[in-house]
Design a protein around this ligand. Structure first.
Ligand SMILES: NC(=O)c1ccc[n+]([C@@H]2O[C@H](COP(=O)([O-])OP(=O)(O)OC[C@H]3O[C@@H](n4cnc5c(N)ncnc54)[C@H](O)[C@@H]3O)[C@@H](O)[C@H]2O)c1
Length: 312
């Protein structure tokens, strides 16, 4: 894991001593986002409705920082400082009181996100920027749930957040230029590389990635090639670090399906129809790594890629 640290409290895009950031949702992405901000000297309030999830998130951040210490990319003192920068709370209203930036990374569900944005719009200070890490929900729609749409923006981190360099920054219809500039500078300050795009279904990352994954699944469905062959062609032929089927397992097949539906609904174009095999696998609970089976089978402690029996 590379170091993204510059524990320098004076260099913030917010102008003052340190920055105050609230992260909503302490799952896979929320803990990674809290990690990189805390490591870069920001004060982070991590918020989740689920108290057990908050404990788990802090433990995960601790473990990931330990790994960085063991690789000598950060020092023990930097690890300690990063952990001291994080506090946790279950109540959103209390958690965003002093925030200059709120990043929402809660469950990918439109209703949940619209409710959260109504609450943070009421509770966060005037001028506080409201960002969402959504993979696919319209930034413009989320912004419309608030009275400050010009301050709402997409800040799409990639998984795992401490490792992946890209932040896809998504301008909603009303996002102010200066807000985009602030988020671009902030992303650089975290050691990330920002890319600014506009708010259309799937943005750029998922608009291009998901149809490729869907096509790979169609290739299995139609018997064009086996799982291993498809992934090998894309790894060795296109220099992808991971084949599309392995990547689909990593992302979660339920997530892939829901993003395909967003593309299909958003563009009204049948080319985005999810492959029936993807639909079947999600219905059967074969979601990839998180359910121990997707296109591959996953057993704890075994790093070898094993094609699921269904596909042999
Ligand atoms: N996992 C990925 O690879 C990935 C990559 C990029 C973006 N995203 C996006 O990031 C967001 C989070 O994804 P994740 O994979 O971390 O999900 P996750 O399921 O791991 O975590 C979501 C967390 O949100 C919490 N939550 C739900 N409702 C809440 C509420 N009202 N208030 C506070 N917390 C609430 C849940 O308790 C859970 O801990 C989603 O919008 C997703 O699309 C995910």
């Amino acid at each position: 894991m590379e170091s993204t640290s510059n524990n320098n409290k004076s260099r913030t895009p917010f102008g003052g001593q340190g920055g105050c950031v609230a992260v909503i949702g302490a799952g896979t992405m929320g803990n990674g986002i809290a990690h990189v901000f805390a490591q870069s000297g920001f004060t982070v309030t991590l918020i989740d409705v689920n108290a057990a999830q908050l404990e788990k998130a802090v433990a995960t951040i601790g473990k990931n920082l330990d790994r960085q210490v063991s690789k000598a990319t950060i020092t023990e003192e930097q690890k300690k400082a990063a952990l001291e920068n994080i506090t946790t709370v279950s109540d959103i209203t209390a958690g965003v009181q002093n925030a200059q930036l709120v990043i929402e990374a809660a469950t990918e569900n439109t209703e949940i996100k619209l409710k959260i944005f109504k609450v943070i719009d009421e509770a966060a200070p005037v001028g506080c920027i409201l960002a969402t890490n959504t993979s696919s929900i319209s930034i413009t729609k989320i912004a419309a749930a608030t009275k400050r749409p010009e301050l709402v923006i997409g800040m799409h981190f990639m998984n795992p957040v401490p490792v992946m360099k890209l932040v896809e920054i998504i301008n909603g219809y009303a996002t102010g230029k200066e807000i985009t500039n602030t988020i671009v500078e902030l992303s650089k300050q975290l050691g990330k590389i920002p890319c600014v795009v506009n708010d259309y279904p799937g943005f750029i990352a998922n608009r291009i990635l998901m149809p490729m994954i869907n096509e790979a699944i169609y290739s299995v469905y139609e018997g064009v090639a086996g799982v291993e062959e498809i992934d090998t062609v894309m790894k060795l032929g296109m220099a992808h670090p991971m084949g599309p089927l392995q990547l689909a397992d990593f992302i979660g097949l339920d997530i892939c399906l829901s993003i395909m539906k967003v593309l299909q609904d958003g563009f009204g174009n049948p080319k985005y129809a999810p492959c029936p095999l993807l639909v079947n696998m999600v219905t059967a609970g074969k979601l990839g790594i998180k359910s121990s089976e997707g296109f591959y089978t996953y057993t704890a402690g075994n790093k070898e890629l094993v094609v699921a029996k269904r596909f042999i």
